[in-house]
Ligand binder design. Structure first.
Ligand code: ZN
Length: 73
């Protein structure tokens, strides 16, 4: 398999997964991925993407709860 962006060689490694959502920004370090040697574009495995999506669903719910906490003096 080659890089879908530049057709370069892929090698297995780890990289950061960055998520910008409405209300929070998240960087997960050391996520396993195939990384292009030429353009450094990461290709995450289905398993990694599924797990990250599960984490985001939990975070979205918590983030909403957090915004509903009343603040009063
Ligand atoms: Zn590439």
């Amino acid at each position: 398999m080659n890089c879908p962006v530049c057709q370069g060689q892929l090698r297995s490694g780890k990289t950061s997964y960055t998520i910008s959502r409405n209300g929070y920004h998240l960087i997960i370090d050391d996520v396993p991925a195939l990384i292009c040697e030429q353009c450094h574009e990461p290709l995450f495995t289905e398993d990694a993407v599924r797990l990250v999506q599960q984490m985001i669903r939990g975070l979205d719910a918590r983030r909403q709860e957090l915004s509903l906490i009343p603040v009063a003096i």
